[in-house]
Design a protein around this ligand. Structure first.
Ligand SMILES: *Cc1c(COP(=O)(O)O)cnc(C)c1O
Length: 392
């Protein structure tokens, strides 16, 4: 009865298990036909031409940056309210990282802040090569505005949609790349669907897809048409770039393919649970992240912000009180620029004040398809009591 209510949890069915076992009994357990089928299924789902499966979203972000040619001396900008991987991908390429502050209401990268930072950057000749909008909690960013800025200032866009497979922007699936060069999904177990570990990058651009396919497997091609000279013999393969082993295995792909069938159902359940939270939380001194009219969130997370009247100490105590009652609240995210590694790069407290204010107020409530109305009641009751106790 007093089990932890986790903030997120994978849902594994008998069909998922059977799908994985079937691959185990087949000839291919590393990357093979099931990975190709998973890629095709994701491409179909997202209404996009190309999908490249890899062993994590982190790898997908790295390959996306390389495929867009990110190099030393160039800049990548992202939101400070994200998982560190959205920023680390720039550093893997030897590039420079900077951040754009968030929109207070949605927690997403703010297009107005982006525009003014771009105008300043243009003056000093430091425009970014790539901007990475992150769809926080599953709600797409204001992609029309970011896309318009990319045309005006000439940067590439990688959508970090780790939270947002199944989300829609203007009624169209995230991942279709109408507003970006590449979109990246994560299939870590807490995300919408899982492959245990895994990620996918989607794109409409065949050259970018080719490059990512090659780089995920050592930069090697076996495709005669793409070779720089005639093969020496039928055994021949050719390394054309310095790539990696970022392959997804067919075991992982089988799990993903089976899970994908339930994605729409999951998103529906999550959005219903979110709606229930909206109703149950009325009257408490907090706000839920605002949902923009152009978006249908995938509801990876249900994030609330405590009222500004509750100080940082109260925020910490409320978080602890929830955990003490076995409610797996979480905090998405510690602003990346406040991490010691990033402080060593020169970022300082107060560099991105809206992100830091958000950090002092945010709380992710448990949200996953296994959450019952009873559990939701307990979450809200415990939260209400904790707020009463710890708001001064
Ligand atoms: C989970 C996550 C990642 C990294 O995903 P992995 O598949 O674990 O590498 C990147 N960005 C965001 C926003 C995430 O939530």
């Amino acid at each position: 009865m007093n089990d932890m209510i986790p903030y997120g949890r994978q849902d594994i069915t008998d069909a998922d298990i059977e799908a994985v076992v079937k691959v185990l009994q087949s000839d291919f357990i590393t990357q093979g036909p099931t990975t190709a089928a998973f890629e095709q299924a994701i491409a179909n789902y997202c209404h996009v031409e190309h999908a490249v499966a890899v062993n994590s979203a982190t790898s997908a972000l790295h390959l996306a940056c390389l495929a867009l040619g990110l190099k030393q001396g160039q800049w990548l900008w992202t939101s400070p309210i994200t998982f560190v991987a959205s920023a680390n991908c720039a550093l893997y390429c030897g590039a420079q990282i900077d951040f754009v502050d968030i929109n207070t209401n949605t927690g997403n990268l703010c297009p107005i802040a982006l525009e003014s930072k771009l105008i300043q950057a243009e003056r000093v000749g430091r425009l970014p090569k790539i901007v990475v909008p992150v769809h926080l909690g599953g709600q797409p960013c204001e992609m029309d505005k970011i896309k318009a800025l990319s045309e005006r200032f000439g940067f590439h866009i990688i959508e970090d949609a780790s939270h947002a497979i199944g989300a829609k922007y203007r009624q169209k699936p995230v991942g279709n790349c109408r507003y970006s060069d590449i979109t990246v999904f994560s299939f870590h177990p807490v995300k919408l669907i899982t492959t245990a570990e895994g990620g996918v990058a989607t794109t409409q651009n065949p050259a970018i897809a080719d490059k990512m396919l090659r780089l995920r497997s050592h930069g090697i091609t076996r495709d005669v048409e793409r070779m720089t000279h005639k093969p020496d013999g039928p055994w021949y393969y050719q390394q054309q770039d310095l790539g990696f082993n970022y392959r997804m295995s067919d075991l992982h792909a089988a799990l993903g393919l089976s899970q994908l069938k339930r994605l729409d159902e999951y998103v529906f359940i999550r959005s219903e649970l979110a709606r229930l939270y909206d109703e149950m939380l009325i009257g408490l001194p907090l706000t839920s992240l605002m949902q923009h009219q152009d978006t249908n969130s995938a509801w990876h997370l249900y994030i609330i912000r405590l009222s500004a009247k509750i100080n940082q100490d109260g925020h910490r105590q409320i978080f602890t009180a929830m955990r003490d009652e076995n409610i797996g609240v979480n905090l998405h995210y510690i602003p990346v620029h406040l991490q010691p590694y990033y402080q060593n790069l020169g970022f300082k407290v107060n560099d991105f004040p809206k992100a830091e204010e958000y950090y002092s107020q945010a709380l992710s409530l448990p949200l996953h398809p296994g959450l019952t109305p009873n559990m939701q009641n307990k979450v809200v009751k415990t939260l209400g009591a904790a707020i009463q106790r710890y708001s001064s």
